[in-house]
Design a protein around this ligand. Structure first.
Ligand code: FAD
Ligand code: FES
Length: 282
């Protein structure tokens, strides 16, 4: 009996999604709200990613930036750096992109229930972490203390400013923000210094805390040192890795480190797991 195309859906076959809204976040980043044309939902977990394609241009892995607890649409926060991402930045509402996924392991939700969450986001790292932050906000009673340390280079680079303002107002979230430097003619009332200089302001119960860290690779080593200094266990420091990817499903080997496929086994790894991968020096 011939199988229908749906029943043998290839992981290489993109589904069409329509751009509902694009919103400028900074001079380099935009947030895109998308919905599948066939009415289906993405069904992702926080921390997972999708492969986004534009016909005739190419495909790029992009983390899902919104929580599955919100709506039938999903959001992607994208920095314009190359062919695909620049083409995405030119997209108009109503136009379509191809989506494969969701892929990757995402954050280990069942293991995070009841724990204190210490989010550490550097720059565009807030895009992937936002899916888990929104999840924790929407299911606030399922988690202990929630803290977010967010650092970027300068005030103009802060992403999700309206949402940050909402989180700042909440009594049940501790939000600490920093910029590496602030131009003399820009008003900035919060901390100036690299993200690790925020750590002295956070009280951590090391037995209850999981740190969720996403940012530029250079940040990881220093943030991990701060987390360890607070007594957080190696297996409770979770980091999301970026590697060059093609297939996204463990078949092409582009993202391979030793016997690990970052697209399949990651992108979220604990610091303990990474310690076993000699290549991944954090
Ligand atoms: C799991 C995962 C999640 C991600 N999530 C996000 C996200 O949420 N938002 C986001 O904006 N980005 C995200 N990225 C990064 C994004 O996938 C890359 O920036 C991607 O390369 C963009 O594709 P592009 O075609 O626009 O740029 P590309 O054409 O791939 O170019 C991107 C940059 O890489 C350089 N480059 C290109 N090819 C190579 C090469 N072979 N070796 C070294 N450098 C090269 C280019 O010069 C350019 O500076 C994620 C990546 C991964 C793996
Ligand atoms: S991207 Fe192909 S194996 Fe990971």
């Amino acid at each position: 009996m011939a199988s229908s195309r749906e029943s043998i859906r290839s992981p290489y076959l993109p589904k069409l999604a329509e751009l509902i809204k694009g919103q400028t976040l900074s001079s380099r980043e935009k947030l895109f709200q998308l919905r599948f044309k066939d009415g289906s939902t993405l069904g992702h977990k926080p921390g997972q990613f999708v492969e986004v394609s534009i016909l005739g241009v190419g495909e790029a892995p992009i983390s899902v930036s919104s929580s599955p607890t919100r709506d039938d649409a999903f959001e992607l926060g994208i920095r314009a750096v190359g062919n695909v991402t620049q083409a995405l930045h030119c997209l108009k509402p109503g136009e379509a992109v191809g989506i494969r996924g969701p892929f990757g392991n995402g954050f280990p939700l069942p293991e995070l229930l009841g724990r204190d969450l210490l989010f550490v986001a550097g720059g565009i790292g807030l895009c992937p972490l936002r899916s888990m932050i929104q999840y924790a906000v929407d299911k606030r009673d399922q988690f202990g203390k929630v803290s977010l340390l967010y650092g970027c280079r300068q005030p103009a680079e802060q992403l999700f400013r309206e949402e940050l303002a909402e989180w700042r107002q909440r009594q049940d979230i501790q939000l600490l923000e920093s910029v590496d430097h602030c131009p003399a003619d820009v008003a900035w009332e919060r901390h100036v210094g690299v993200i690790t200089t925020l750590f002295p302001q956070v009280q951590v119960n090391p037995d209850k805390t999981t740190a969720l860290v996403v940012g530029p690779p250079v940040m990881y080593r220093y943030v991990v040192a701060e987390c360890l200094g607070k007594g957080i266990a190696k297996n409770q420091i979770l980091l999301s890795l970026e590697r060059r990817m093609k297939c996204g499903v463990g078949l092409c080997g582009h993202c391979q480190i030793n016997n690990i496929y970052v697209c399949l086994d990651g992108p979220v790894f604990s610091y303990e797991e990474l310690g076993r991968l000699r290549e991944t020096e954090v």
